[in-house]
Structures are given as C-alpha cells and as structure tokens.
Design a protein around this ligand. Structure first.
Ligand code: HEC
Length: 111
C-alpha cells in the first residue's frame, strides 16, 4: 500500500462520519475488535487480574492501556501499525487495526 498515511486517516474519518447509523456502526466496530482481540491478543493482554505492565517485559491489560491519561484511539492504532517487536506480527489490515483500537478504547473507564 503506497497511499500516504494522511489520506488514509482522512478516508477513515470520512467513512466514520458517513457511516449510516453512526453510534451503532461504532459499536459494531467495538464488537468486531473484541472478537479479534479474543482470538489474537487475549493470551497476553486479557488475563484476569492483569493490570499495568510490571517490569521490562511486562504486558499491560487492555483497560490499563486504555486508561492511560494521554491515550487515544489514534495512539493505539499507531502502536499497532508500528509492528512492535515484542508482539507477534499479526499482519493486521487497516480495518483490523481500526476495530482493535476501537475495542481497546471502549474499555476506558473500566478498572
Ligand atoms: C506475545 C504476547 C503479545 C500478544 C499476542 C499481543 N501483545 Fe500487545 N503487548 C505485548 C507486550 C509485551 C507489550 C508491552 C510493550 C512495552 O510496553 O514494552 C504490549 C503492548 C501493547 C499495547 C500498549 C502500547 C502502549 O501504549 O504501551 C497495545 C495497545 C497492544 N499491545 C495491543 C495488542 C493487540 C491489539 C494485540 C492483538 C492483535 C496484541 N497487543 C497482542 C505483548 C503482546
């Protein structure tokens, strides 16, 4: 994909604004993201009692990630796009990154 990132972000935002049914489309993204996360990320990020990361190789829970004061959906998307070396490369598509970040940020406010 050689499309400039800004254009992709613009297209993504336009798609969100124009999505019929707005909020329900958004909650659909969250549910898609939840299902994907349970499949791909749960083993590391969705363990009972998991909190903020402990130590250098610690893994934060998704609520801990979402509740960081400066956290944004864009921040989570940028993290996933960066293919962090400490996580498996899941070869996520733009849409998968989008729904995963929507799911993670839907946990904001949870302990
Ligand atoms: C093999 C374990 C593992 C898997 C599987 C995994 N991660 Fe991670 N993830 C980590 C580790 C370790 C960190 C902490 C990295 C650090 O802070 O140094 C992390 C950090 C994160 C962060 C926090 C970045 C930040 O702001 O500090 C996000 C968001 C994240 N992972 C999302 C995901 C998503 C979404 C998936 C599934 C597609 C996933 N991870 C799968 C191990 C994993």
């Amino acid at each position: 994909m050689t499309m400039p990132r800004n254009l992709l972000i613009l297209l993504g935002s336009a798609a969100l604004l124009l999505a019929p049914g707005g909020p329900s489309a958004a909650s659909e993204a969250v549910e898609q993201g939840r299902a994907m996360a349970q499949r791909l990320c749960a083993v590391c990020h969705m363990n009972p009692g998991q909190g903020e990361k402990a130590g250098a190789s610690g893994v934060p829970s998704f609520p801990a990630v979402a509740n960081r004061p400066a956290q944004t959906r864009e921040g989570v998307e940028a993290w996933l796009r960066s293919i962090p070396p400490m996580m498996p490369n899941h070869r996520l598509t733009q849409n998968e990154i989008h729904v995963l970040a929507a799911f993670v940020m839907s946990l904001r406010g949870e302990p």
